[in-house]
Design a binder for this molecule. Structure first.
Ligand SMILES: [Zn+2]
Length: 336
């Protein structure tokens, strides 16, 4: 369809149903072909400390290695961020270490845990982390909560964006956890952005209407964006092969990405994004994962950014370097 995001290569078909464990294991073996240019990666999700150690070893070996964290990554699947990132890294000759982390599979990756976020902040300060992508959980923010028949809203636009005042103990627990993950992730993006790294922060688009809450409307987020010089693009996931329109906000600090930020041009069908399907499963469930072309776009942007930084550095995130100036080095042969 005209106007849809089109990559210059083939990718695996979009996955529309959750994959079984066996399927995930199979794709992990075939989707990520280790080559001599890449670091060998433990296919099981390691701990944050193991990630730090791998990053440290890699950066010691290669001045141009790029370390990427995909936070809140969910289950590995065909065409996910990690797969597309490795694909583009090989095309752009980038030495890449990527971790697709999710606390659903390893509790050590709980970004609400002060030890975990401390390790990641230390990695930023040590120049061991270059790119972070992710979208903190949005269930407590969702505007679907304002539809009849579902769970009630837990937040409202404005002063109550971080939680309504009459939350039940269970709701309070959920909102506190979601707030902690959100604020910590915003903090991680800011720390990285301020040190010359790249971040991508994904969340459902701001309805820009009372009474719908949105993290994009909070002072915490807006002030962070001012400090890092961030860009907020809006996309519709239908343009990337998504089953519904699903307006999504992509906050980032990579100008290259804005070129691929597409909004619906019409001419195609949109599936439902709310309510239950025939099997009694919420339609919103299948929208939780990014469609593969969206992963491809974000990965292309990230690896292009890395390639440009390498070629035209310097960077203070550890891997960037300035080309050596002619005549800088001394040797007996060029002294006059
Ligand atoms: Zn559309």
């Amino acid at each position: 369809m005209v106007g849809l995001y089109r990559p210059c290569h083939d990718w695996a078909l979009p996955v529309t149903k959750p994959m079984s464990l066996a399927e995930v294991k199979r794709t992990e073996r075939c989707a990520v072909e280790p080559t001599p240019r890449w670091t060998a990666r433990d296919r099981r999700m390691g701990s944050p400390l193991a990630f730090l150690e791998r990053a440290r070893r890699l950066k010691a070996d290669s001045a141009q290695a790029v370390v990427v964290l995909h936070a809140f990554a969910g289950a590995r699947r065909v065409g996910d961020i990690e797969e597309r990132m490795i694909h583009w890294a090989s095309i752009m000759n980038v030495v890449l270490l990527i971790e697709s982390a999710d606390m659903a599979f390893n509790a050590e990756w709980d970004l609400g845990n002060p030890h975990t976020i401390k390790i990641l902040m230390d990695m930023v300060l040590m120049g061991l982390l270059d790119i972070v992508l992710g979208g903190a959980p949005c269930a407590t923010w969702s505007r679907l909560r304002f539809l009849p028949g579902g769970p009630r809203p837990l937040r409202f636009r404005g002063a109550l964006a971080w939680g309504r005042l009459d939350l039940t103990p269970n709701e309070l627990e959920a909102v506190k956890e979601a707030n902690l993950l959100m604020v910590n992730f915003i903090g991680l993006c800011e720390a990285l952005g301020l040190r010359g790294g790249m971040f991508v922060f994904e969340h459902p688009e701001d309805p820009e209407l009372e009474p719908y809450p949105s993290v994009f409307d909070t002072d915490t987020f807006k002030n962070m964006m001012v400090r890092v010089g961030g860009i907020l693009d809006k996309i519709h996931q239908c343009m990337y092969g998504g089953p519904a329109k699903k307006g999504t906000g992509i906050a980032h600090n990579c100008h290259l990405l804005s070129k691929g930020a597409l909004t619906c041009t019409g001419g195609h069908a949109h599936g439902p994004s709310s309510g239950l399907n025939d099997q009694g499963i919420w339609h919103s469930r299948r929208l939780q994962t990014y469609p593969p072309p969206m992963c491809d776009w974000l990965s292309w942007g990230a690896m292009s950014w890395a390639r440009l930084k390498m070629d035209f550095g310097p960077s203070n995130t550890g891997w960037g370097f300035a080309p050596r100036r002619a005549g800088w080095g001394w040797s007996s042969s060029n002294s006059e």
